[in-house]
Design a protein around this ligand. Sequence first.
Ligand code: KIV
Length: 626
Amino acid sequence: MASSLLRNPNLLSTTPSLPTFSSKPTTPFSFRVQPSRHCSISLRSQTLRLSCSISDPSPLPPHIPLRRRPEYIPNRISDPNYVRVFDTTLRDGEQSPGATLTSKEKLDIARQLAKLGVDIIEAGFPAASKDDFEAVKTIAETIGNTVDENGYVPVICGLSRCNKKDIERAWDAVKYAKRPRIHTFIATSDIHLEHKLKKTKAEVIEIARNMVRFARSLGCEDVEFSPEDAGRSEREYLYEILGEVIKAGATTLNIPDTVGITLPIEFGQLIADIKANTPGIENVIISTHCQNDLGLSTANTLSGAHAGARQVEVTINGIGERAGNASLEEVVMAIKCRGDHVLGGLYTGLDTRHIVMTSKMVEEYTGMQTQPHKAIVGANAFAHESGIHQDGMLKHKGTYEIICPEEIGLERSNDAGIVLGKLSGRHALKDRLTELGYDLDDEQLSTIFWRFKTVAEQKKRVTDADIIALVSDEVFQPEAVWKLLDIQITCGTLGLSTATVKLADADGKEHVACSMGTGPVDSAYKAVDLIVKEPATLLEYSMNAVTEGIDAIATTRVLIRGSNKYSSTNAITGEEVLRTFSGTGSEIDIVVSSVKAYVGALNKMMDFKENSSPTKIPSQKNRVPA
Ligand code: KIV
């Protein structure tokens, strides 16, 4: 809120009910004001990039909201304007094709989500597979027990269908957290009742009521219930089933627009109607869960919050089933920028400066690339191309920019162009990484620095894009089972390509294989297959040169599918799905880059296998409520 006001001073003078701003914290409504800033502009390829640097020698970090997060009580929020952020990147997001995450990656993301300050982490669907179960349990045991100095610890939530086995599994995974939550769901729309569940409305109410009661009986005091496909469910029926689950002990009622069909005005009305007509609704929290099939998930979520929802279910970068979910960064920044003026004072407890790092981590780990024009976190979100915009920016930043880049964790104190070369030291690299939004520990920095030096020996100028590629190649990699040591290729027009590949296994033992193929990549992949001996189908392969010039770093992305032992249960359809695994590699040599990506994807797949043996549970439609 403070930031957008600072960007637009007029808003300060025209809004009567604003809290005062002070450089000293005065709880509960105070903000630190930024020290004075100056702005420098660099023109590169006709793109103006804003460079902010802080002129105060000991600046305060920008815009730290000191608004206190209300104490966590499952079914009540003491401040009516506080909106809980429920992140489902690790559950709904991970359901996106190709987005499979390893347990370690899930743990890293959960840790980052806690830094960001989300209220609830939906860590997975524990009944999906042993791998999913273990990941949720580990997150509950670690992140779910790390309490910060303000008493904040995220709620750790596990999804379950409305059956005893799923619910027990979810509870067994989340119960180690300080604040465990079970989220159970069953469909309520006519089309789902008739064709998917083959049950009557009364039967579904009975299941929902019994299963919420069952979840509570296990000792779980925080139970969320979702009437799946609420967006297409009959209103009176919704009021009835929701009223019944409240009586059975539900503490949050989540309203999913499962197929993303509603328009903002409709979704807002749905929330308002539920609020007005559901018996006992004043004793629970209403939540939104908006899919993005019509590109309206953010708008619908905000409309829901405006109508009274006080929990929003979102994912980083908006990833999720089909067209994805409402994106955390869009919803949170919209509330931050406009919550006071347009949404009656709504706010969240997030430290938005961790948005960029979280977004990059999710992008790299899932292999789901964010489009350049993605709001808030896209590469172009703070770039200004046109002459008119550049002129405006030079005169006043607020003319074309509604958010300071620093607020989401981007700092621009150097030109966005070439900044580093082979004489640049560790410190310069660390500074540039921070400016780009990466918050790396010392060990990660050392690894990157070593790679950076190697690249800088080969390239005169190391650009931001090069650095980002190196971070992706070194930091955001799955645990290595196999590691590429050496590769030798013969290819050309005279015959078949041949490749000799040397890999090291987890114990460091070296393995060498040779193979022929239709080209250098094909022959190299076949040689890798001879060593790894895990059949995999290459589904997608793409390569990008991250910068211009013959010495550019090439980033390869691949997507593979293994045999049917790499499967899990889809929460929504109940089907067994073959998992797909992504991998990336970045190198100046394109074949090395390609092989690294392939080995990375195989490592990810094998990590899944090590933990996994799918939990078979009859799908909802065949189960009789216990
Ligand atoms: O889209 C949906 O309906 C869901 C529910 C499980 C909340 O993901």
